[in-house]
Ligand binder design. Structure first.
Ligand code: RB5
Length: 144
């Protein structure tokens, strides 16, 4: 599975660790930058990941900044994308099961690499349940 990944300067180091893990787990991470710890603007990279997911080029996406919040907001503004910033395993699982979220936001200053690895693995391997949740997700997508 192709997984878009993007970050700002604060997310750069965590991204490197997550790319390594995703490859070990058999995923194909597609890196949309940024490529160093030099200060950049997170909306640029959140949008890139969002567009890659919305176009179908990548099935899911991961975005990382200091809090995970700003870059998630950027990805979520791309039509067709549902992005969530989360730092706990329960939310990572149920936002896939119930909300069919397609981009996971992580705060590099909020979680450890080990927790981030767990969140990403859960997010990438948990299916959407459909059923009554599909109607609610469609309602979300109707909000413009
Ligand atoms: C960058 O200084 C910081 O604002 C960014 O990484 C992120 O935390 C924004 O939500």
């Amino acid at each position: 599975m192709r997984v878009a990944i993007g970050n700002d300067h604060l997310g750069y180091n965590l991204k490197l660790g997550l790319i390594e893990s995703m490859k070990e787990w058999g995923f194909e991470p597609v890196d949309f930058g940024c490529d160093s710890t030099q200060s950049v603007d997170y909306p640029v990279y959140g949008e890139k990941v969002g567009r890659a997911v919305a176009s179908g080029d990548c099935k899911l996406g991961i975005v990382i900044c200091g809090t995970g919040a700003g870059i998630s907001l950027a990805a979520d503004r791309v039509p067709g994308v549902r992005a969530i910033c989360c730092s706990d395993e329960y939310t990572a699982e149920y936002t896939r099961r119930h909300n069919n979220t397609t981009v996971l936001g992580i705060g590099a200053r909020v979680v450890t690499l080990e927790r981030a690895q767990r969140l990403v693995k859960i997010f990438l391997t948990t299916p959407f349940e459909g059923g009554r949740h599909a109607r609610r997700v469609a309602m979300l997508d109707d909000i413009h």
